[in-house]
Ligand binder design. Structure first.
Ligand SMILES: Cc1ncc(COP(=O)(O)O)c(C=O)c1O
Length: 367
């Protein structure tokens, strides 16, 4: 909840103790918004038309959305019954942890990782267990396997990891899965999968069918640029999703989001999408390389952002993440600081890249 606000009614003390998810900052002056890993491109061809044609907004959407689920399932070699839609993939994370882990049960995730993970268990009383990343900002899968206990119900793997960038390697993933009990759910959160260029990275569509306890999560928010419409999906065993649906908020996926997602998967839209994703990955690599030239230890960047660590975390970082973010903000560019840990900079418009490099260069020169 918000700082220093006490509700006038009796609320759960454990809920009141947990800070609410904080969205990346919103610009207050002209500049670049590089704080939420959004897509800088305009909507894909056909998307705005598809939205405009959705005039039936006085009705609830028909939630089955079979065509969209079939299309997505085909990418994974499964039928649409293995696909679960929700108002953002973050909703599916909540559903799965809620459905699998009761009060006192554990779910495991790396840290630092997606900021929503620590509070996923709040409603059910499930306990989040964090395993620190390695010094190169990667998942420490051996330590994560060691941390699985009798009470672990869900393991969350974020690949590429938000906010640090590295993807999990396929060989490491395969070895990890041999150590996970077959009745423990593993969620491979691939919100940034489309930006992955490392041939050794795990790819959900290649491993899904080998593991009945695996769910792959994807979203239309990032590479497809539909963050504001809220639509994401999971792929896995239909029985897992039947349980997730039991704890889902009903009727959350709108017909407009469904139409936009379908329009994003036509051949023309896919071609434009592939070009844009390739451009963003190239821009990311150029930005990471330029920051490394300034002496910074930028970890492998496989998503649409780069991570600037603090020196306390690794040699070759900045002294103070908040101070660097303040310099960005002063220049009208918003990034995402993680106090004491580092700064995440999303890959935005082409013109933003030299601006980012300049701000960092000046920041380093002042210290
Ligand atoms: C790793 C990761 N997973 C899931 C999400 C949720 O995305 P959405 O709910 O927009 O699908 C995000 C959003 O930032 C993310 O970074």
């Amino acid at each position: 909840m918000s700082d220093n606000v006490v509700p006038p009614v009796r609320f759960r003390a454990d809920v009141l103790a947990v800070p609410a998810y904080r969205q990346g900052a919103t610009p207050t002056k002209p500049g670049y918004k590089l704080s939420s890993n959004e897509n800088p491109f305009e909507p894909l061809p056909g998307v705005l038309d598809a939205i405009a044609q959705r005039s039936d907004i006085n009705r609830y959407a028909a939630v089955a959305m079979p065509e969209l689920r079939e299309t997505i399932g085909a990418e994974f070699g499964v039928d649409g019954t293995h696909v679960h839609l929700a108002a953002g993939s973050v909703a599916i994370l909540f559903q799965l942890v809620h459905a699998a882990a009761a009060a006192g049960d554990e779910y495991l995730h790396a840290w630092p990782s997606f900021e929503a993970y620590p509070s996923l268990g709040l409603a059910s009383g499930a306990v989040a267990s964090r395993v620190p990343l390695t010094p190169t900002a990667e998942h420490d899968l051996d330590a994560m396997a060691d941390a699985i206990t009798e009470r672990t119900r869900v393991v969350l793997l974020c690949s590429p990891n938000n906010p640090t960038g590295p993807a999990i390697r396929r060989a490491d993933f395969d070895r990890f899965m041999t150590r996970v009990p077959a009745d423990t759910l593993v969620v491979l959160d691939e919100a940034y999968r489309e930006f992955v260029t490392d041939p050794e990275a795990v790819r959900g569509e290649e491993v899904l069918r080998q593991h009945p306890n695996l769910v792959v999560l994807r979203t239309f928010s990032k590479a497809y640029g539909l963050a504001g419409l809220r639509i994401g999906y999971g792929v896995g065993d239909p029985a897992i999703f039947a349980a997730a649906a039991s704890v889902a908020i009903p009727l959350s996926v709108t017909g407009i989001a469904e139409s936009a997602a379908r329009a994003s998967l036509t051949p023309a839209a896919r071609a434009a999408h592939a070009e844009r994703v390739a451009a963003l990955a190239e821009r990311r690599d150029a930005l990471a390389a330029a920051l490394r030239e300034l002496g910074l230890a930028i970890p492998q960047a496989q998503a649409n952002f780069v991570w600037i660590p603090e020196t306390g975390q690794v040699p070759g970082g900045v002294a103070d993440a908040l101070a660097l973010a303040a310099d960005f903000s002063e220049a009208g560019t918003l990034v995402r600081p993680f106090a004491g840990v580092g700064v995440r900079v999303s890959v935005g418009e082409p013109e933003s890249v030299p601006v980012v490099i300049d701000i960092v260069r000046q920041h380093l020169a002042q210290r």
